[in-house]
Ligand binder design. Structure first.
Ligand code: PCA
Length: 203
């Protein structure tokens, strides 16, 4: 039985919900041979990577799928790349701001996601969901976690595949933001479920 670890983030930036965690809680194990473990990650530079790597040590997952909110994006973004840089004006949930800092001193410039990003996007399109391969997960806590987990995997020589999907705001988050895109929780959950099914089917 393979374990798939799927993570979502706490609300941040004054929001009451984070669609990533709302959706992650509703994703089900897609295949008979797959077990899903769900994990809530703090939206902080400090501790977010460790929260996930501790769960990796405890659960020995074959796949780690991290999910975060990308307010303003209209589609499910399957991230291709994590870069070794924090640089955001926004404070994290511990009121910490990181301006132009490496995540890992002397670490590689970037890591590719080790998931079939193109195949996941193709499957999402086939099910009628707006989705795209994205080449930037931003330079805030999501990219920080994504890079940190890929670096952990690379430096600990563990055979784990890992990737990141950014999801849009929920409709209730944009009621007072005219023109800002959103996606229903139902569609976000359906999209994550497809990604999980692709990954469970491959391992
Ligand atoms: N999105 C933020 C951090 C937490 C989240 O859900 C980001 O894109 O960096």
């Amino acid at each position: 039985m393979m374990t798939l670890l799927i993570t979502g983030f706490e609300p941040f930036g004054g929001e009451e919900v984070n669609p990533s965690w709302e959706a992650v809680q509703r994703v089900r194990s897609g295949a008979m041979n797959a077990r899903i473990e769900r994990l809530l990650v703090p939206t902080t530079y400090e501790g977010s990577i460790e929260t996930v790597t501790e769960a990796v040590v405890r659960l020995h997952p074959a796949v780690v799928l991290m999910v975060g909110q990308a307010g303003g994006r209209a589609e499910l973004s399957v991230e291709r790349l994590a870069v070794n840089r924090d640089d955001a004006l926004a404070p994290d949930n511990a009121s910490v701001v990181h301006e132009d800092l490496p995540i890992v001193d002397e670490g590689p410039v970037a890591y590719f996601a080790s998931l079939p990003v193109r195949e996941i996007v193709t499957r999402l399109h086939a099910e009628g969901l707006p989705a795209a391969v994205s080449n930037t997960a931003g330079l805030f806590v999501c990219n920080h976690l994504f890079y940190g987990v890929l670096h952990y995997i690379a430096t600990h020589c563990v055979a784990i595949r890992a990737g990141f999907i950014h999801v849009p705001f929920l409709p209730k988050q944009v009621t007072e933001r005219p023109g800002t895109p959103s996606m229903s929780l139902e569609d976000i959950v359906a999209g994550l479920q497809i990604a999980v099914d692709v990954l469970a089917g491959q391992t």
